[in-house]
Design a protein. Structure first.
Length: 168
């Protein structure tokens, strides 16, 4: 029996019933979990290091860039007619807009938002939890998505993957 691209994508996730990457949860939940943990740690063990003017300016700038990037990402998903929800099938490889520079601009946007909040709040805890957040994103989401996309789209995705960095 010949394996179709959809069969390969399903097999990459270990589930023959679902055409999705099988991520551990939707990415915003990962960022929100670690952000809440950072806020709790900051409340229990406050630790400040930045002045008000600097932290607000830098934090706000990162938050604005995050929202602008996310807006562009959402527009590209709408234009391509593919699902933003990682639990649903991907129907197209997006390689224009912010996807010319990053394979994961939505996740980059969330990381910038996370960092902006951490800096604006002057929270060493939130900033310190950004790295573990990105590690969970890498293994629990990005690596799984990449296996899924390689299996589903083959050379189309592999070529894109070779030409565009994962983050920036």
């Amino acid at each position: 029996m010949t394996e179709t691209p959809n069969d390969a994508a399903n097999n990459a996730t270990g589930d023959a019933q679902v055409d999705s990457p099988g991520v551990i949860t939707i990415p915003p939940f990962i960022y929100l979990f670690f952000l809440a943990l950072g806020i709790a740690l900051e409340f229990l063990f406050p630790f400040a290091i930045l002045s008000g003017a600097v932290r607000y300016a830098v934090g706000f700038a990162l938050i604005v860039v995050s929202f602008l990037l996310l807006r562009s990402v959402l527009g590209r998903f709408r234009a391509a007619g593919t699902n933003l929800d990682v639990r649903k099938p991907t129907t197209a490889i997006i390689s224009d807009g912010p996807y010319r520079f990053s394979r994961n601009p939505a996740y980059l946007s969330m990381a910038l938002l996370f960092a902006g909040i951490g800096i604006a709040a002057d929270s060493v805890w939130i900033m310190g939890l950004l790295l573990p957040t990105l590690v969970v994103m890498h293994y629990g989401v990005i690596a799984r998505e990449e296996r899924y996309l390689e299996a589903k789209f083959g050379e189309e995705y592999l070529g894109y993957k070779r030409s565009v960095r994962r983050w920036i």
